[in-house]
Design a protein around this ligand. Structure first.
Ligand SMILES: [Zn+2]
Ligand SMILES: [Zn+2]
Length: 288
């Protein structure tokens, strides 16, 4: 078991990323109609340089994160270093602790104006597919690395746990954005605990009522506990952000400079108000 774990975390994650993207992208192309290779290729090529920028910034910051985690290990800093328990239990708790920290960080990305300017690049995608995995602003890497450092400092996370978290989330993040619609049982069974692809797609709905929900990365349990869990069938989701609807705002260059632009968020009515609005419009039709 230990041998398997070490083999798992030693995997080349860049190679795995390429394999998964090729696999999911091909499945989407085969099973989804109409055949949209040209449009999908343009979409892919606008997202790819963003990911290359993200990886470049991420590699730079990796040195800081590695030094920080090494210092934590040397000084036995953080909660998990203070508690005696079997190592596998520490890994599981450490994994949960990182995901828990990311849940709160992700809520802040949606609440605070400055992180939202970066994070909205990911949400701006009007045609979500596996290559939406690419669509993160390069400076988004600074927020993600800060979150990893905070989680490591508070909870005492080691390298192995971080590597396992990177690996699992690589698979999850690509699958979560796949155009392939996963069967309902994935939500009704796995969705009790995990952030399934359908549940994450709700987070990409253009209506802010749904955008500000389902914040977890690996687990949905944090959303269920802290009241941000929402459900909607995938076919009802309209992807993107209204303020990025124009096709000219879907290009690599626009997305790269968009955090430095004052773009006001177009807010939709809350779900309860939407129901009232729909009821009123029906009433008006009856009166007419
Ligand atoms: Zn988000
Ligand atoms: Zn996403």
């Amino acid at each position: 078991m230990q041998h398997l774990f070490h083999k798992l975390i030693a995997l080349d994650q860049n190679l795995l990323m390429v394999i998964l993207i090729v696999l999911f992208y091909s499945i989407e192309q085969i099973f989804n109609r109409p055949f949209q290779l040209k449009n999908r290729s343009i979409h892919f090529l606008h997202g790819l340089p963003l990911q290359l920028g993200y990886m470049a910034v991420n590699y730079g910051l990796a040195f800081v994160l590695v030094a920080w985690v090494q210092w934590i290990k040397t000084h036995h800093f953080g909660i998990l270093y203070q508690i005696h328990m079997p190592y596998p239990a520490k890994i599981i708790l450490g994994f949960l602790a990182i995901d828990f920290t990311f849940y709160w960080a992700h809520r802040l990305y949606h609440t605070w104006s400055l992180p939202w300017r970066l994070h909205r690049v990911h949400h701006s995608d009007i045609s979500v597919d596996s290559s939406t995995f690419f669509r993160f602003h390069p400076f988004d890497a600074t927020m993600d690395n800060t979150t990893f450092m905070i989680a490591s400092g508070i909870f005492g996370i080691d390298f192995n746990t971080l590597l396992l978290f990177f690996l699992v989330n690589l698979v999850f993040t690509i699958a979560q954005h796949s155009k392939f619609i996963f069967p309902h049982w994935t939500d009704s069974i796995l969705g009790k605990v995990f952030m399934t692809p359908n549940l994450h797609k709700i987070h990409h709905h253009q209506n802010q009522f749904y955008t500000d929900s389902n914040y977890g990365l690996t687990f949905i349990i944090w959303d269920r506990i802290f009241g941000t869990y929402k459900y909607l069938p995938v076919y009802k989701i309209k992807y993107g952000l209204e303020e990025f609807d124009d096709i000219k705002k879907q290009t690599f260059w626009y997305l790269l400079i968009s955090p430095f632009k004052n773009i006001h968020r177009i807010k939709k009515p809350k779900q309860s108000n939407m129901h009232i609005a729909i009821k009123n419009s029906n009433l008006e039709k009856i009166i007419d």
